[in-house]
Design a protein around this ligand. Structure first.
Ligand SMILES: CC(C)(COP(=O)(O)OP(=O)(O)OC[C@H]1O[C@@H](n2cnc3c(N)ncnc32)[C@H](O)[C@@H]1OP(=O)(O)O)[C@@H](O)C(=O)NCCC(=O)NCCS
Length: 216
């Protein structure tokens, strides 16, 4: 059992909830079940944990526990009217973050095992500048994983705005001490090259957790 991570990475007007996916027995609503029909048990467990966490967090804003969070054709969650959010899971931990859209335009969270990013993935995940910066760091493998996680969080955060798939080289991420800056390298929807999405991360109990939000 991990300690909750994301309330330390996100402002107070974003509600978060986290669980061990193995501890969740049921809890999907009928409108959500179609998305995982025939899926492997571990996938069903993680999908269910994401919906359960989301519902608990939405409940703190007064959203009824009977409100489904279906999956869109694009695989992104369809949040209740007036809300936005993000979900991430690993084999051992699952988290959701939700907010009112009047306060927060969108949020992105990501969880990864805190293991080094395999060298064979560096070229696919990292731009040449990112690879140069990583090589100069003492723990370049783990920093690579943090960079990967930050990109996944940024991807989920930008998606509700652009509706676009973005490859890993679409943004250049500068990782600092507990924070990151993702700089767009290409236009995407309303984003122009040079636009920045800032976020935060932490590494704890074998996990990398990353989070970012775009406010109104
Ligand atoms: C979609 C993606 C971000 C998921 O990340 P992951 O680390 O594989 O898995 P996670 O557990 O962290 O996240 C999965 C959840 O992301 C959410 N998700 C899926 N597609 C999404 C989208 N387009 N937008 C926002 N959230 C999305 C879903 O809630 C999903 O969980 P669910 O199916 O149980 O509801 C990843 O597989 C991907 O396709 N990335 C695209 C490339 C990229 O990251 N580019 C970075 C450049 S900015």
């Amino acid at each position: 059992m991990h300690k909750p991570l994301f309330h330390r990475l996100l402002p107070d007007d974003i509600e978060t909830e986290e669980v061990d996916p193995h501890s969740v027995a049921g809890g999907l609503l009928s409108a959500e079940k179609e998305a995982i029909e025939g899926a492997a048990p571990s996938r069903v467990e993680q999908f269910t944990a994401g919906r359960v966490c989301s519902r608990i967090a939405l409940g703190r804003f007064g959203v009824a526990a009977t409100t489904p969070i279906p999956r869109g054709e694009d695989r992104a969650p369809i949040w209740p009217d007036g809300f936005t959010g993000s979900i991430s899971h690993t084999d051992t931990w699952c988290a959701a973050a939700v907010a009112r859209r009047v306060d927060v335009r969108c949020v992105g969270i990501d969880l990864e095992p805190a293991t080094p990013l395999k060298e064979s993935l560096w070229r696919r995940v990292c731009t040449a500048d990112e690879r140069d910066r990583l090589r100069s760091l003492p723990d370049s493998g783990l920093m690579g994983k943090i960079l990967f996680s930050a990109k996944e969080a940024v991807y989920k955060c930008q998606y509700p705005i652009t509706g676009q798939f973005l490859g890993f080289h679409a943004v250049d991420v500068e990782v600092g001490d507990g924070s990151f800056r993702a700089v767009f390298r290409q236009p995407a929807g309303e984003f122009q090259p040079g636009d920045v999405v800032s976020g935060r991360y932490l590494v704890e109990e074998g996990l990398v957790a990353s989070a970012c939000e775009i406010r109104r």
